[in-house]
Write a protein that binds this ligand. Sequence first.
Ligand SMILES: [Zn+2]
Length: 300
Amino acid sequence: MNAARAKAVKANELGQIPVLMYHRIVEKPGTQDDRTPLQFRTELERLAKENYVPITAAEYVTGKIDIPAGKHPVVLTFDDSSPSQVTLANDGTPMPNTAVAIMREVAAKHPGFRPVGTFYVTRDMFGKPDKIEQAQIITWLKTNGFDIGNHTKDHLSLSGKPQNQVAAEVAAGHQLITALDGPAPVTIALPYGNQPRTKAWALKGKDGAVAYDYGGVFLAGYTPAYSPYSKEFDPVGIPRIRSMDKKGDCMKFCSTAWLDWLQANPTERYTSDGDVRSVAVPKFQQPMVSAKFAKRALPY
Ligand SMILES: [Zn+2]
C-alpha cells in the first residue's frame, strides 16, 4: 500500500535537496550575499508554489524529513546572526521585514509551508550586546520551531589551523549557544565555507570541558545537496546554494538557476512519499541507500 502511494507520487527519497544560504535581508543590499525583503519573500513564494516544504538543517542531517507525499524538502539557512534576520518588538513579536516575519507571513498564506530554518550564529548574536536580550532571541527561536546552528564564535577561517585551534573555535561557538540555554547545536556552517585541513575536525572534537559531535558540516557553495539516505551523503562537507538571481557568476550556481534546474529535472529532485519512517525509491536506486538507512528502504 505504501509502495503504491510512493509510486503514485513518484517518490524519490534519494533525490537532491536544495540547502539555501542567506545572509542579511535588507532594503539596500551592501554585498552580493544580501537580499531585499521583497527578493526573499518572492523566493519563498516560489518555493511554496513549487511544492517545497522547509525543514531544518538538524532534521535534514538526521534524516527526519517529515513532509507530505509529493512534496520536496528545502533547507533555509541564515548566516552571521544579523538583526535583519530576527529582531523582536517590545511585545515579543518579530519586527516587520525581518526574515522570520517574512517566513511566517508566507507560511500563513500557504498552508503546509512550514516557517522553519536554521540560524548559524556568531558572537554578533543578532546585534544584541546584552546577554539577556540574546537569550530572549534564542528562546524565541527555540519556542517557535527554529533551529540554531554553530557558525563559530569569532568567524575566523579554519583553513590551515592546527587541530587544537579548530576545536577551540568550534567549541567556543557551541558554548555561545548553550550558555544562553539554547539547544545544543546539531550542525555547523564553516566561516567562509573554509574547511580545516582534516575535514572531520569541524564535525567532532573537544576543547577543555566542551565537546561537540555534529550531524553535518555545511559549506558555502554551490550545488544542491545529497539526500541524507544516500551513500553519497558526506556529513563533513554539505554544499549550500547562495540565494541570488541568474546573473554574473550566479547564471548557473545560485538559487534561481538551481530551482529552475530542479523544476526541469524532477527525477533528480527529492520527492517525499509522506512517511517519515520509509525511504521510498524507484527499485533500481535501492543499492544507493546507505547502510544506516537500508532497513527503512521502500523500493517500488
Ligand atoms: Zn559567515
